[in-house]
Design a protein around this ligand. Structure first.
Ligand code: FEO
Ligand code: CA
Ligand code: CA
Ligand code: CA
Length: 670
C-alpha cells in the first residue's frame, strides 16, 4: 500500500510558510491543488512506489553519508557561503571543481534585464521594457475546415484540426535559413485534463466522444508564425504549412525494437506501424531541421497490465487506468493488447517542413519517460542525443549514432537515429562520471537482446549501475562553454540516507541543476566531470540549503522546480519552472542566469505565469529577439465554473503559446 499523503508529511508547513503567515488551511489547499496536477500529468508518479526498485546503490552513497545534510545547513546558517566549500576537499566532493573560476569571462555580465517580483495574478508579466502577446490558443484553427472553437460543442473531428491542449515544447523552424521574423512553430500537446476541457465533466462517467476528443487533442501542432513591425507575433490559420499530429496519427517504429516480439499486436502483426504519440513533453531540434519530441508519462493511458512483470518498472497500471480510455478503445486495454504499451515511450522524429512525413519512433534511443531530446555533434560528426527519464530515482541517458551527420544529404540524416549506442550516466562522488553502454550481450547484459534493451531500457540501465537521479527534466548543451546543463526538478521522496554528491539533498523539495563537462569537450566521450550549478530554493531562507554557483545570495530571486531550459547567444541559461505554486506560493516563472563571468549564478526572474499554470518550452528565434513560451494548464484542476485562471481571454482558461520581446527590438535579456 502506498503511504498516504499525510504519512508522507506533505501537510507540514516549512518555516518559510510559517514566517510568511500562511495558514495550515491555505497550505493544505495549495497542496490539494498540486495533487491534481500530479494525477493528471503523470498519474501521481510521486505518490506511487518508486518504479526503480533495482537497489542500485548510488556509487557515491557510502562516501556521501559522511557529508551530512546537517553540516551543510550549519554552514549556510552561520553565513559561511557554500562557495567556500567548493575550494575545500569537502566542497570538491559536493560541488566538483571550483565554480568556473578558471573559465569565467572577465567581461561584465551579458544579462541586462531587471528582475521582476513573484506574484499570483492572472496575467503573464515580463521585465520592464519588454512585452508579450498570445500567439495561439487551445482550440484555434490549424487545418483548413477547422470550425471556430466551441467549448460546449466540441467534437473529435474538430479537435483534430484545432490547436491541441496543454502546450509544452516549442521549436522554431525558419522558412528560410536564419530567418527570425517568419517560420514554423512546432508545439507539443502534452496531456489533456477532462475537468478543464468539458463543461459538466464527470470523471467517473467519461464518454466515448470525450475520450476521442482527448486523443485528438494530444500530439503536436505545426503552425506558420510571423512577427509584426511592433515585435508582436501572430499565426496564420490558413497557411498550407500547418499540420496536426494526434494520438491517431500513423507512425513507424525504427531501430532494434521495431517489429520485435515486444511490439507485435493483434492490430499490427508487423510490430512497426503505431498510431499516435502521447504525453510529449519537451523536445529539441536536429541539425538537419527535424523535431525530436519526447513521449514522457505514456504509462497512464493504458490499463489492465495483468501478468506483465515489467509493468511496475514503468508504472503501468495493473488495474483500470484513471482515464478509462481502455473502456472505449481496445488498444489501451493491455489485457487485450499487452504489447501496445511497448510501442510508446520513445523519442519521435517529425519533419516540420513536410506534413506528409511519417513520424518515426526511434527505439534505438530507448524506451522510458523521455523529457529532453537535445542533439549535438561529436568531434567526428556522429550525432549525440541527450535525454532524461523524468521519474524520481531514474536516469540520465545519451545516444551516439553509428553514422556521421551528412551535411549534403538531409535524407541520409533521417536514418541516423535508428542505429547507435545508448548510454546511461553514472555520477561518481569525486566529480567525475561515466557513460555506461547499454549493449546486449555485454558482461552486464549477457542474456539481453538488442530489442530487449530498446524496449525495456530502464531495466537494462538498472543492471549496468546507473545513478538514480532526482527526476531528470530538460538537458541543454551550452554552445558557448560546451557544458551540458541538466535540470533535476525535485524529489521529495529522497531521504537523507539516500543522498549522494549529484543528488545532495533529501528530501529535495526545490530541485537543482547540474553542469556536466564531457572529457576533451567531445560529446562522444565516455567520461565526464560534473558540478552542481544551482541548488534551487529561497536564498533568503537560511533554513534551506541553496547554492547559486557561489553568487551572493542576498541579491537573488527564489526559484523551485526547474524544468525546461533554453540558452541564449551569450551562453546564459534560461529556466522555466513547473511547480512553484505549491512549493514557494508563487507563479511558475522564467528565469535567466549567467553561466560565466562575474555574475555567474545571479538568477533573475524575467517572466511570471498564471495561477496553476506552468511555463514551458522556452525557445528563441535565431536572432534571439523573441522568446516563445507555453502557458500550460492555466487554472488546472479547477474545472470551468470558477477557475482560478481565465488566461488569456477572461472567460475560460486556454493553454496558449506567447511571445516575449524587447520593446523597440533587440536581443532578449541584454
Ligand atoms: Fe512533463 Fe517532466 O515534465
Ligand atoms: Ca517538463
Ligand atoms: Ca529545452
Ligand atoms: Ca512540466
Amino acid at each position: 500500500m502506498p503511504a498516504t499523503r499525510a504519512e508522507q508529511g506533505i501537510v507540514n508547513m516549512s518555516s518559510e510558510e510559517a514566517s510568511r503567515g500562511f495558514s495550515p488551511l491555505n497550505w493544505i489547499s495549495r497542496q490539494a491543488r498540486s495533487v491534481y496536477h500530479c494525477q493528471i500529468s503523470c498519474d501521481d508518479a510521486c505518490f506511487q512506489p518508486a518504479p526503480n526498485q533495482s537497489g542500485n546503490e548510488p556509487f557515491a552513497a557510502v562516501l556521501n553519508r559522511r557529508i551530512s545534510r546537517r553540516s551543510l545547513v550549519k554552514a549556510a546558517a552561520v553565513g559561511a557561503p557554500l562557495l567556500a566549500l567548493s575550494t575545500s576537499p569537502l566542497g570538491s566532493q559536493i560541488f566538483g571543481s571550483a565554480p568556473l573560476a578558471s573559465t569565467a569571462s572577465a567581461a561584465s555580465s551579458t544579462v541586462g534585464l531587471v528582475s521582476i517580483p513573484h506574484d499570483l495574478d492572472d496575467q503573464v508579466n515580463v521585465s520592464p521594457g519588454y512585452s508579450s502577446n498570445v500567439i495561439v490558443r487551445w482550440g484555434d484553427a490549424v487545418l483548413p475546415g477547422a470550425p471556430e472553437f466551441n467549448l460546449n460543442g466540441q467534437t473529435a473531428e474538430a479537435a483534430a484540426k484545432q490547436f491541441g491542449f496543454n502546450c509544452d515544447y516549442n521549436g522554431f523552424f525558419p522558412l528560410l535559413p536564419g530567418q527570425s521574423k517568419r517560420g514554423l512553430l512546432a508545439v507539443n500537446h502534452e496531456y489533456t485534463s477532462g475537468i478543464d476541457m468539458f463543461p459538466g465533466y464527470d470523471a467517473d462517467n467519461v464518454t466515448a466522444e470525450q475520450v476521442a476528443i482527448e486523443i485528438a487533442s494530444h500530439g503536436m501542432s505545426v503552425v506558420e508564425v510571423e512577427r509584426a513591425e511592433d515585435g508582436s507575433w501572430s499565426y496564420s490559420p490558413s497557411s498550407t504549412h500547418n499540420f496536426r499530429i494526434t494520438g491517431e496519427t500513423p507512425m513507424k517504429l525504427t531501430g532494434p525494437g521495431a517489429g520485435s516480439i515486444y511490439t507485435i499486436t493483434n492490430a499490427d502483426p508487423s510490430g512497426v506501424d503505431v498510431l499516435g504519440m502521447f504525453n510529449n513533453c519537451s523536445g529539441g531540434r536536429t541539425p538537419w531541421g527535424t523535431i525530436l519530441t519526447a513521449e514522457e508519462n505514456f504509462h497512464q493511458y493504458f490499463g489492465n497490465a495483468v501478468n506483465d512483470p515489467r509493468a511496475p518498472r514503468y508504472g503501468v497500471p495493473e488495474a483500470e487506468s484513471r482515464r478509462h480510455w481502455e473502456d472505449f478503445n481496445d488498444r489501451f486495454d493491455l489485457d487485450q493488447e499487452p504489447n501496445e504499451v511497448n510501442r510508446h515511450g520513445y523519442l519521435v522524429e517529425i519533419d516540420p517542413y513536410d506534413p506528409t512525413f511519417t513520424p518515426r519512433k526511434h527505439t534505438a534511443m530507448g524506451r522510458f519517460k523521455h523529457e529532453a531530446a537535445t542533439t549535438t555533434l561529436s568531434d567526428d560528426g556522429r550525432v549525440v542525443v541527450y535525454s532524461g527519464d523524468d521519474q524520481r530515482f531514474d536516469y540520465v541517458y545519451k545516444f551516439i549514432s553509428n553514422d556521421r551527420y551528412n551535411v549534403f544529404s538531409r535524407t541520409a540524416n533521417l536514418d541516423l537515429l535508428s542505429t547507435g549506442t545508448l548510454f546511461a550516466a553514472r555520477f561518481n562522488d569525486d566529480g567525475t562520471g561515466e557513460w555506461l553502454p547499454l549493449v546486449a550481450g555485454s558482461p552486464q547484459l549477457p542474456t539481453w537482446t538488442t530489442a530487449g534493451v530498446a524496449t525495456f531500457t530502464r531495466i537494462a540501465a538498472d543492471a549496468v549501475g546507473a545513478t538514480p537521479m532526482d527526476r531528470p527534466e530538460d538537458i541543454e548543451v551550452n554552445p558557448v562553454n560546451h557544458r551540458v546543463y541538466i535540470a533535476l526538478t525535485n524529489n521529495t521522496r529522497r531521504t537523507v540516507d539516500e543522498i549522494d554528491s549529484a543528488n545532495p539533498r533529501g528530501p529535495n523539495t526545490h530541485g537543482h541543476i547540474l553542469e556536466l563537462t564531457e572529457n576533451g569537450g567531445d560529446a562522444a566521450s565516455r567520461r565526464f566531470t560534473w558540478d552542481i550549478f544551482i541548488l534551487c530554493g529561497d536564498p533568503a531562507d537560511d533554513e534551506q540549503e541553496t547554492y547559486f554557483a557561489g553568487f551572493d545570495k542576498s541579491q537573488l530571486d527564489s526559484i523551485s522546480a526547474p524544468d525546461n531550459f533554453a540558452i541564449d547567444l551569450n551562453g546564459n541559461l534560461w529556466i522555466a519552472t513547473d511547480g512553484q505554486p505549491s512549493k514557494l506560493n508563487q507563479a511558475d516563472s522564467i528565469y535567466v542566469v549567467p553561466t560565466a563571468g562575474p555574475e555567474r549564478g545571479r538568477i533573475r526572474r524575467f517572466m511570471t505565469g498564471v495561477p496553476r499554470g506552468e511555463l514551458a518550452g522556452p525557445e528563441f528565434t535565431p536572432d534571439f529577439e523573441t522568446l516563445f513560451v507555453s502557458v500550460q494548464h492555466p487554472g488546472e484542476g479547477d474545472g470551468l465554473d470558477e477557475p482560478s485562471s481565465t488566461f488569456p481571454d477572461g472567460d475560460f482558461p486556454r493553454p496558449s503559446v506567447v511571445a516575449a520581446y524587447k520593446d523597440g527590438g533587440g536581443v532578449v535579456g541584454t
